[in-house]
Design a protein around this ligand. Structure first.
Ligand code: ADP
Ligand code: MG
Length: 719
């Protein structure tokens, strides 16, 4: 079958599809309340299946961070196995999160052969629950593991719920774990999340003590990640080598209609997509993931899902699971779910907005300003600490969202720029301005909004507007880190946030503890923060050209590409605080720089291979076929003395030469220092763009039936 048949086939299959429902969901029969968490070893299940004493011990670790009592492991393992087997599980796996950003699992069966050789005995001991040794030595460790000391261990994370993954042929018990080397160094993304949470808890409690609270429970960083994604018909996806292997289109002319009408944004959700969303919600509910919001996004074919926030560690594991489940469920509906940051040039890309806050059960959300923030000194101290942290460690925040994919999105006029600034909104910016000028005496009120139609209610007006262009925005009771990549694990950004805010809280606590006049000391430290770090606050349009100039004047760093940003992971200031708060050691940070740099280059290199292959084996031949047709027609016409517009031949052959030259240049660039991020960014990526330019011009002129790839129009608009 040639490729044009594939395109036609896909279109005809889709147009004949009578029903979009693969697995009907009826929430009238399946009550969400019964469904929610049914595949998780959650607290209710623990309470039911464990002795009161063991349950209390586990709860102590989960809620207050007390050290896990290993003596309970056997009982928990037994209960977990019995519960999982009742649900049909035959295998278990320690799920872990290597530095690749993906999720890793190695399955073991519960069964061992009996002594008679004819029976299988199910066994799952406490030791197996607590610790595993998956080897997994092929994961990049950035030099932390040498081949001669290659042991890697997984360790049960009690604070993240174990769950069951269903497959049409069976189910597996999944146990979230940390992954460390024989020397105890973190080989994964989870370990530093847990350490950074412990660190920030300690410093946040110091502040709460300063404010005289008597009962203070564990302070937890919380995260609510919003995920943007594209859905593309699987048929199209499979006939595009670039989507299949790089997750984004490396060539592709703009469709006649793009996103200019904003007719997709928040539009009515197409049926097939809606079926996907219902099914996705059902699967997420079963896993105890509180999926909440769903809607169309700006680009055609683009959507968003946002669960309710959870503790940062649980939210990180759940986010990984959301990405996995999205891909699985999409497949059921004949879609491919694209999580790349920029699958389609010229259209909005996808990001993840990571909403972040601090809170506990005794004092609530510590970033809730209340109605009159100027009177809420405790809130101002926490917010001030965040402002200081973001200003001091802006380069780190830029570095933790650096990736080959995100480079195509950050700084384009659709996503936050590479300049890290903080948006506070009218009310809060004004309060901090007053503090800077000597003291805050009032908070601008939000008030009510009268729409001017009697039948419509009056609306309470928020005290601050929204700013979609800020990379780090205060949104009422939390900060929203909007520069995170769509494909990325949110662990890195959360570790960075927790650690830098921890350092700030430590600093502020040091200034306030023992102060004879607490109010005066607070005013003094916040005023100083505003004087030294106020430049990071920016409430204007982050997409504008003027902002780039102004930010430079303010001295804010602008690290445009990943190769510019990544080295910030090991800057002296970063190493100092990560070591001080025991989040990551210098060598652990260095290993991350090495792995992320390698990954950056690997992505660019795979893309260069793909662009070359597609150029040579798909686009060039299509152009030559067309040239041949034109030449034949020209010859026929000449034979009967008719005119033929030879300019067309010249045009096509000119473009063929342009493509050929671009491919040669790409191949030559690709034979250079491909393992250097800087080289990849400045030599290979521009050479790939040239191939794209020539190809996109050819796409505009080559007959549709000769064009070998699904077009943007087909991929984006056929749902
Ligand atoms: P929007 O698109 O307006 O930003 P969404 O409803 O799509 O809002 O997403 C907001 C996200 O912020 C949700 O995941 C929500 O649970 C989360 N969130 C709300 N409060 C907090 C908080 N205190 N800490 C962390 N995340 C929060
Ligand atoms: Mg948001």
């Amino acid at each position: 079958m040639n490729s044009t048949t594939t395109r036609a086939d896909v279109v005809s299959t889709i147009s004949k599809r009578s029903s979009a429902v693969a697995d009907p969901v009826n929430f009238a029969d399946e009550a969400v309340s019964d469904l929610f968490g049914c595949n998780t070893f959650n607290r209710a299940t623990m309470e039911k299946t464990l002795s009161a004493e063991t349950y209390a011990k586990l709860l102590g670790t989960i809620e207050d961070g007390t050290k896990l009592d290993a003596s309970v492991a056997d009982e928990v393992a037994d209960a977990m196995r019995a519960w999982a087997m009742e649900k049909g599980a035959t295998h278990f796996t320690h799920v872990f999160y290597p530095l690749t950003g993906y999720t890793a699992e190695k399955h073991d069966s519960f069964y061992d052969p009996g002594t008679d050789g004819a029976t299988a005995i199910s066994k799952f001991k406490g030791k197996t629950l607590i610790q595993g040794e998956p080897d997994a030595s092929s994961f990049p460790s950035g030099g932390l593991r040498q081949t001669h000391e290659a042991r890697g261990y997984t360790a049960w994370d009690v604070t993240s719920t174990a769950y069951i993954m269903e497959n049409p042929c069976g189910t597996t018990l999944c146990i979230p774990t940390s992954f460390v080397s024989w020397k105890g160094e973190a080989l994964d993304k989870k370990t530093p999340v847990l350490k950074s949470m412990a660190a920030i808890d300690k410093q946040a409690r110091r502040i709460l003590e300063i404010f005289g609270h008597e009962k203070i429970s564990k302070v937890s960083a919380s995260a609510g990640p919003e995920q943007e994604y594209f859905l593309v018909d699987k048929g199209f996806y499979l006939s595009r080598p670039d989507l299949l292997s790089a997750g984004r289109t490396l060539v592709g002319a703009k469709p006649p209609k793009g996103q200019e009408f904003d007719d997709h944004y928040f539009g009515v959700i197409p049926d097939r997509v809606m079926s996907f969303m219902y099914d996705l919600d059902r699967e997420l509910f079963k896993l105890g993931i509180p999926s909440k919001t769903r809607h169309n996004e700006v680009a055609p074919g683009q959507f968003e899902i946002a669960p309710v926030f959870e503790s940062a560690n649980q939210a990180t594991d759940h986010q990984q699971l959301v990405m996995t489940v999205m891909k699985k469920v999409a497949d059921k509906y004949g879609f491919a779910c694209l999580l790349h940051e920029k699958p389609f040039a010229g259209l909005n890309g996808s990001g993840k907005h990571v909403n972040w806050s601090l809170g506990n059960s005794t004092q609530g959300n510590l970033l809730d300003p209340g109605e009159t923030p100027h009177e809420n000194a405790q809130f101002l101290v926490f917010a001030g600490a965040v402002i200081r942290a973001v200003s001091k460690f802006a380069p780190l925040l830029r570095a933790v969202v650096a990736s080959a994919g995100n480079d195509h999105r950050l700084g384009a006029n659709e996503a936050p720029p590479a300049i890290i600034s903080v948006y506070l909104g009218d009310q809060l910016a004004d309060v901090f301005e007053q503090i800077k000028n000597g003291g805050a005496t009032m908070s601008k009120p939000g008030g009510v909004m009268n729409i001017g139609v009697d039948s419509l209610p009056e609306l309470p007006k928020d005290a601050g507007d929204r700013n979609r262009t800020s990379p780090f925005a205060f949104t009422g009771n939390r900060f929203e880190f909007r520069a995170v990549g769509s494909n990325q694990s949110i662990a890195g950004p959360l570790v960075a946030l927790n650690t830098i805010v921890c350092e700030s809280l430590d600093y502020v606590a040091g200034r306030l503890e023992g102060a004879p006049d607490l109010n005066a000391a607070i005013q003094e430290v916040l005023q100083e923060i505003m004087t030294e770090h106020g430049a990071v606050i920016f409430n204007g349009n982050g997409y504008s050209e003027e902002w780039h100039a102004e930010a430079a004047e303010r001295g804010l760093p602008n690290l445009k590409t990943s190769p510019d940003a990544l080295p910030e992971i090991v800057s002296d200031e970063v190493v100092e605080i990560f070591e001080k708060y025991h989040v990551l050691s210098k060598s652990e940070l260095e290993s991350r720089l090495e792995v992320y740099s390698e990954q950056y280059c690997a992505h660019v290199n795979v893309e260069a291979n793909l662009a070359t292959e597609m150029g040579r084996t798909m686009i060039f031949p299509a152009a030559v076929r067309y040239l041949n047709e034109l030449a034949l027609t020209g010859a026929h016409l000449k034979a009967i003395s008719k005119e033929f517009p030879t300019a067309v031949i010249d045009k096509v052959s000119g473009l063929v030469s342009e493509l050929e030259t671009a491919l040669d240049e790409l191949e030559s660039a690709h034979s250079g220092a491909t393992e250097e991020p800087e080289y990849s960014a400045t030599r290979i990526l521009p050479a790939m763009l040239k191939v794209r330019e020539a190809s996109d011009k050819l796409e505009a002129i080559i007959p549709d039936d000769l064009w070998p790839l699904p077009t943007y129009q087909e991929m984006l608009f056929i749902k």
